[in-house]
Design a binder for this molecule. Structure first.
Ligand code: 5GP
Length: 184
């Protein structure tokens, strides 16, 4: 059965950078574009980074059963398009989901072929430093995200693999190794 790879990690852990590098090096992998109710950040594009929906549109999509999983994260809603995932798997395409830990656990429960990878920071101090350094979030949003880290760490125990992002290159190589092993 075609494997569905799911990557999660706390905010500021550098998972965006790790995934970007992974995708650059593994052109046969696609990243699923999620739906969200959060506001667009500078430089983000509808349909590329996310499908930006209103809360009403998002709720309608939930009622329609459009999502493979969805979760409320830091006051916003995020969801994975079920049809898109199914089509990729049917077409034998390599797919990566970058979603939060609640969503990842939903996918694990629904899909036998899901492989969950959690990216960990080298330390909590380093995580906080990175989160502030990004400069895209208000202090309130940062505090909210730091609070969610604890429950994310708890959820991470149910993941198949934990990868420490001490060095981007090394972390990407470890993920490549995991994926190669899972695909045989
Ligand atoms: P951000 O707002 O920084 O883009 O993302 C916040 C969190 O939402 C991240 O942990 C990201 O992995 C997660 N996320 C993005 N898309 C989805 C999705 O479709 N489902 C779930 N459950 N989480 C998502």
């Amino acid at each position: 059965m075609k494997k569905l790879f799911v990557i999660s990690g706390s905010s500021g852990v550098g998972k965006g950078t790790v995934i970007k590098k992974f995708l650059e090096r593994n052109k046969d992998f696609k990243l699923s574009v999620s739906c969200t109710t959060r506001g667009k950040r500078e430089g983000e594009e509808h349909g590329k980074n996310y499908y930006f929906l209103s809360r009403d549109e998002f709720k309608k999509a939930i009622d329609n059963g459009d999502f493979l999983e969805w979760a409320e994260f830091s006051g916003n809603m995020y969801g994975t398009n079920k049809k898109f995932v199914q089509e990729c798997l049917d077409n034998d395409e390599n797919l990566l989901l970058e979603i939060d830990t609640q969503g990842a656990l939903q996918v694990k429960n629904k899909m036998d072929n899901a492989v969950l990878i959690f990216i960990l920071p080298p330390s909590m101090e380093e995580l906080e430093r990175r989160l502030r350094g990004r400069g895209t979030e208000t202090e309130e949003a940062i505090q909210k995200r730091l609070h969610t880290v604890k429950s994310e760490m708890e959820n991470a125990k149910a993941f198949h693999y934990n990868v420490i992002n001490d060095d981007v290159e090394r972390a990407v190589e470890e993920i490549e190794g995991i994926i190669k092993n899972e695909q045989v």
